[in-house]
Design a protein around this ligand. Structure first.
Ligand code: GLA
Length: 361
């Protein structure tokens, strides 16, 4: 099945959206806190046209998979679930969505913690906004995409990934207050660039442990009489909370402070230090790291030109991100991988893009 065959002679509406790499502010979004992501140059492209029958037809070029969905059907699994989630969320908000043909191709790696699902949701909603002339702004799209993820993928996620995919570009960071949804577009610290390496470990525990962490944060907030951990302004209040809830809340408290500090403007060296502290906190207090992410981020820290490194995304696998002096990321990545990829480990460079990682797509 290729694009021309799928759309026959009709011209589809096309849209795309990027993945994201979070630089600071991990596991803070569902606590109403701050995040600081940047878009990936890798994007998901969606083309959409009316169906020729009364069913929805979704095709993924990368998976070489087609799924067909009746108008009232429900998909059990796979890429179509995210698309279906977006369609159903539009319907629940009062929009009429006719049967459609939707074709997807993507260069955002799946399972690496770069939000391939948010990229698919946002690209789908952008294409539907244009096709159906829907009065939705970029924040509306992010909110609908987040609901699709919660209801259809079963992850009680915050709104960072969908806001990043909907609002970020690949050369700026987005400083987002996930409580008010106010945001600022910021430059990276001067003379710096981003390095991202996938650990090669799939994020198998991510969904169940993620939901568990979220519940633990809610317990901690309740114990301190707060509506959310965003309202925690004095670290001494943490003494009122039992373990492990105390260390979960401590991570969120200091991670918010680190993210606000970085967004206020700092040198690359200081930003890197904040990333190193974030990793230690995610490993020791939030307990979402795994040995491979600890090894990989440490190798990154030791590479020439690297200012700081940490796991990025939910944890339990996926990728690490580093801030590097401009011009040093590609060489640092190669040097890290030559050391990391022993004992059966299969890391791979995701950013900066090279021909192997799919540059210019
Ligand atoms: C996943 C979720 C986000 C966020 C991160 C952790 O990517 O989708 O909402 O919570 O984990 O920071």
């Amino acid at each position: 099945m290729n694009f021309e065959k799928f759309f026959d002679s009709c011209t589809p509406v096309e849209a795309s959206a990027p993945g994201r790499v979070n630089l600071l502010g991990e596991h803070t979004d569902y606590n109403d806190g701050f995040v600081l992501p940047i878009a990936t140059p890798m994007r998901t492209h969606v083309a959409v046209a009316p169906s020729r029958d009364d069913a929805f037809h979704f095709h993924s070029e990368d998976l070489d998979d087609t799924v067909v969905l009746g108008q009232r059907g429900r998909l059990a699994s796979g890429f179509g679930r995210y698309i279906e989630g977006c369609i159903r969320m539009l319907e629940q908000s009062g929009h009429t969505v006719p049967p459609l043909r939707i074709y997807v191709r993507s260069t955002v790696p799946v399972g690496a913690g770069l939000s391939s699902s948010a990229a698919l949701e946002v690209a789908t909603l952008r294409a539907l906004r244009t096709l159906l002339k829907l009065p939705l702004n970029d924040i509306d799209i992010a909110r609908l995409a987040q609901k699709a993820e919660i209801v259809y993928a079963g992850v009680q996620c915050g709104i960072m990934d969908q806001m990043a995919s909907s609002l970020c570009d690949a050369s700026h960071m987005l400083f987002l207050d996930t409580h008010s949804l106010e945001s600022q577009v910021l430059s990276l610290p001067s003379d710096c660039e981003v390095l991202v390496i996938d650990s090669g470990v799939a994020r198998t525990l991510a969904a169940s442990k993620y939901n568990e962490r979220r519940a633990e944060c809610e317990t901690a907030a309740r114990a301190m009489g707060l509506a959310s951990l965003r309202e925690l302004h004095h670290a001494d209040l943490l003494n009122q909370v039992d373990e492990p809830y105390r260390r979960r809340a401590r991570h969120v408290y200091f991670e918010n402070a680190r993210t606000a500090r970085a967004a206020a403007g700092c040198s690359g060296a200081e930003f890197g230090q904040l990333m190193n502290e974030s990793h230690a906190s995610l490993r020791d207090d939030y307990e979402v790291s795994i040995p491979e992410l600890d090894v990989l981020s440490q190798l990154m820290r030791e590479a020439p030109g690297v200012l700081g490194a940490r796991l990025t995304g939910a944890g339990f696998g996926g990728a690490c991100v580093a801030l590097c002096e401009s011009g040093s990321a590609a060489a640092a990545g190669a040097s890290v991988l030559s050391k990391y990829n022993t004992d059966g480990r299969r890391g791979r460079l995701l950013m900066p893009q090279t021909e192997q990682t799919g540059a210019n797509t």
